[in-house]
Write a protein that binds this ligand. Sequence first.
Ligand SMILES: *[C@@H]1O[C@H](CO)[C@@H](O)[C@H](O)[C@H]1NC(C)=O
Ligand SMILES: *[C@@H]1O[C@H](CO)[C@@H](O)[C@H](O)[C@H]1NC(C)=O
Ligand SMILES: *[C@@H]1O[C@H](CO)[C@@H](O)[C@H](O)[C@H]1NC(C)=O
Ligand SMILES: *[C@@H]1O[C@H](CO)[C@@H](O)[C@H](O)[C@H]1NC(C)=O
Ligand SMILES: *[C@@H]1O[C@H](CO)[C@@H](O)[C@H](O)[C@H]1NC(C)=O
Ligand SMILES: *[C@@H]1O[C@H](CO)[C@@H](O)[C@H](O)[C@H]1NC(C)=O
Ligand SMILES: *[C@@H]1O[C@H](CO)[C@@H](O)[C@H](O)[C@H]1NC(C)=O
Ligand SMILES: *[C@@H]1O[C@H](CO)[C@@H](O)[C@H](O)[C@H]1NC(C)=O
Ligand SMILES: *[C@@H]1O[C@H](CO)[C@@H](O)[C@H](O)[C@H]1NC(C)=O
Ligand SMILES: *[C@@H]1O[C@H](CO)[C@@H](O)[C@H](O)[C@H]1NC(C)=O
Ligand SMILES: *[C@@H]1O[C@H](CO)[C@@H](O)[C@H](O)[C@H]1NC(C)=O
Length: 825
Amino acid sequence: MLLIALLITLLTPTISSGGDDSSSNDQSQIPSRIVHTKYGAVSGTIVQLESLNRNLGPVEVFKGIPYASPPIGSLRFMPPVTGALWPGVKKADRFSAVCPQRLPDISNETEALERMPKGRYEYLKRLLPYLQNQSEDCLYLNIYAPIQAGSRGDSSGNGNANPVKYPVMVFVHGESYEWNSGNAYDGSALASYGQILVVTINYRLGILGFLNANVDRYSKSPANYGLMDILAALHWIQENIEAFGGDNKSVTLAGHGSGAACVHFLIASQAVPDSLLFHRAILMSGTGLAPWSLVGDPAYYAAIVAHHVNCSVDLPHQALMKCLRDVSLKSLLSTPVRVPDFGNAFGPSVDGVVIDTGDFSQQDPYDFGSLSGSDTKRQMHYQNNLNIINSVLLRKLAINKLSRYDLLVGVTRAESYFIFNAGDVQYGIESDRKTKILRNYVRSTYSYHLNEILATIENEYKDWEKPVQHPINIRDETLEALSDAQVVAPATLTVDLHSADHRNSFLYVFDYQTKFGDYPQRQGCIHGEDLPYFFGAPLVGGLSHFAKNFTKAEILLSEIVMNYWSNFVRTGNPNEQQDNRDRKAKNIEWTPYENVHKKYLNIDTKPKLKNHYRAHRLSFWLNLIPDLHKPGNDDVPLSHHELENDDVVDQSKSTVKPLIPQRDKGANGTSPNSTVLFSSPIFNYTLQRSNNRNNSGSHNAQINSNLSGGKTKSNVPGIDHDMYDENATSGPPTEDGFAAYSTALSVTIAIGCSLLILNVLIFAGVYYQRDKTRLNEPRTIKKRNENGQMPNNICGDLETLTIHSKSDPATILGHHHSLHQLPPP
Ligand SMILES: *[C@@H]1O[C@H](CO)[C@@H](O)[C@H](O)[C@H]1NC(C)=O
Ligand SMILES: *[C@@H]1O[C@H](CO)[C@@H](O)[C@H](O)[C@H]1NC(C)=O
Ligand SMILES: *[C@@H]1O[C@H](CO)[C@@H](O)[C@H](O)[C@H]1NC(C)=O
Ligand SMILES: *[C@@H]1O[C@H](CO)[C@@H](O)[C@H](O)[C@H]1NC(C)=O
Ligand SMILES: *[C@@H]1O[C@H](CO)[C@@H](O)[C@H](O)[C@H]1NC(C)=O
Ligand SMILES: *[C@@H]1O[C@H](CO)[C@@H](O)[C@H](O)[C@H]1NC(C)=O
Ligand SMILES: *[C@@H]1O[C@H](CO)[C@@H](O)[C@H](O)[C@H]1NC(C)=O
Ligand SMILES: *[C@@H]1O[C@H](CO)[C@@H](O)[C@H](O)[C@H]1NC(C)=O
Ligand SMILES: *[C@@H]1O[C@H](CO)[C@@H](O)[C@H](O)[C@H]1NC(C)=O
Ligand SMILES: *[C@@H]1O[C@H](CO)[C@@H](O)[C@H](O)[C@H]1NC(C)=O
Ligand SMILES: *[C@@H]1O[C@H](CO)[C@@H](O)[C@H](O)[C@H]1NC(C)=O
């Protein structure tokens, strides 16, 4: 307290001069010290935590600090651009707006409960108020720092000769690729208890964050704007966190759910320099290997958006993007998109820059099958989400990159609970509904032998000892099957891969269900129920949108969890206790995961080390199913792969389907007759399958320059891909269509502009060098307006910004990153 008082006396004059009283909604806020970032000075607030039974030190909270230029106007659908300098002291005492998003509709409770469990509804009712204030100008982060950070009175007195530096944890929020915000997650209790810096970030979501109208993976035009935002935030943290008392050499990237998938993709990305931007990763309840993590068919959804906002789908890519930049946000967001049941319409997708597959045709195709040692000679001929994910994340390169980081991975007991509605939760489900759900899952996830896969799953997840099943049990079996398939198996595969090369792999299973939480006590911990413990909500009687009512045991559990987590953030090992802190909780030793014993921590009020979590069931998903899921011989008719008696399939077949193999268009990657996985010239063509997949060989696809047929996509994403038939050469493209397509391609992205921006933000290695050379020079950044807007001619500006660093951007990129091939003239 003395320290705070001191700080206040020191700082008050400066603060009061700059600030008007805008703290109307909060109780009287104590301003923090002023921190000088590279972009300007900020002052936050000091928050005194009211802990029930713990003595938690106060934290400094900085809300709404910009980490990149607002992605508006010409910067919409562009990689994030370094922020502008601001004058004076910015008051960082309120959250920024969240990124534009369409929230789940819970306005009518009756209707909502037909789609979601009651507990989920209650949870959303608390969460959604945080997401109401939306704006495209949303690239902001929030920092929660232990009070002493950077301005230690005890250890370093007046000089900052050797100030204590706190490790940094960056939280990437989950829930969905299309909505939510970091603002809702209050890191103050974790920062105070764990003595770490907690940073929560907003990144672009949905259409604005992930629209990918790429027609070709060789074009290398960036599309994962949301992921690049996360990179930009990490970059900002490297540059500035030291001023807040953080250690930029010890940064942990923690993601939950879809956020964890984002983290995984960043780890595996070639655009991210190894261990420069972050050093450890925590994947909670999600990984990139999950079948839902990637949008395999982004161009289809991009076409729907373009169509909706009256941007001609005939436009070449660059002009189309320009058109999309000019339409109003409202029309963009009002695009009617039907989100596939077990996937996403907008989310990370292959763009060849942040997420790429390498040269797939050259690389050994790595699939689940070869994990178990069996040889996989078959080529993957079909575009299938799983195949794409595997070729992105299971490449040697990606696995090598994974092993550069310390990794902590975990799941909860009931991950897929939200597919049920209130009635299912209360009364259970009948077995035909179980079949329907599983059938839907199989259809949207797999491409081959669907009948066999479905039958196997049903057989596996059935209690054969009971002749008559209770609906509740049937519901539980379904829940288990989907949780295993969608989250648990991918998570264990991830630690399997990681632990093969790296010592610090840790796996946990969160198995404690909150007593007075949102959900009935039966299933065990539901997806997301672990987060309050991680953020320390029980210690302070509830934080932000988390439930408020916790028991004593739960408080203790939260301490245990925060201990492990903050130790991991500090050292890469959850066990290394920080010295001499009076911790009530004595944590048991959490042995690293390795392939022999497969030890994991079962987190309950009394955590226990166990081994081989769900070994049989996971082997089912990691060995048997991938073995089944192989194309089979060429003489297997395609119709065999489809589900029998599939009522859904018999509807309209038309689909905005790309998939015209590309041939020699400058990038010599593929020979004409090799199969191309990622060809997707969407815009000019609507492929219509003439008929249902009637007979195998003749998949007549028609080229049709009319999108209207595509509005009604059959909801069978998995199977749509098998339009690709084994005889790739026998494909539809006529000579004419192909010529038109090549033309479209030759206009790739605004190459100069984007490459330069990329150069600035993504390829941090280059960037850092540039920074060094820049130190003594007048900053070009100053050209920007003070309010953070870029001047109109951003390319010009960036050119000057980059060129004085090193000769020619193309050479730099070519050198650092042999990704970019300039398009043919
Ligand atoms: C929404 O956010 C903006 C930008 O931070 C802020 O100026 C505005 O006051 C906020 N509106 C509400 C209702 O909170
Ligand atoms: C909610 O939806 C139900 C079913 O559609 C409808 O009967 C009811 O009137 C709606 N309630 C309100 C308040 O709109
Ligand atoms: C990390 O912080 C130190 C100290 O502020 C700074 O000198 C260094 O440049 C930072 N590293 C990066 C990559 O910005
Ligand atoms: C697109 O054009 C149609 C017909 O001209 C119009 O009704 C509709 O409002 C337009 N949509 C947008 C987003 O401008
Ligand atoms: C917590 O929940 C229990 C059981 O519902 C209730 O008895 C108790 O009053 C609640 N406490 C608070 C503070 O809400
Ligand atoms: C593409 O292939 C042709 C012939 O195989 C070759 O002449 C040309 O140099 C190649 N272009 C590139 C960019 O590799
Ligand atoms: C492509 O097809 C030609 C003839 O159709 C064949 O000679 C050549 O070997 C094939 N190339 C590859 C890579 O399969
Ligand atoms: C399949 O094609 C055959 C002949 O082309 C036709 O007789 C049959 O009705 C078709 N089946 C379906 C389900 O369309
Ligand atoms: C592939 O093409 C060959 C030769 O054109 C043909 O014999 C074979 O039936 C085709 N296979 C399929 C599945 O269409
Ligand atoms: C698109 O198709 C619809 C119906 O299939 C047709 O009415 C319309 O004229 C077509 N538009 C173009 C531009 O071909
Ligand atoms: C798209 O197709 C139309 C008609 O088929 C053609 O006139 C136009 O040039 C094509 N656009 C591109 C970019 O190829």
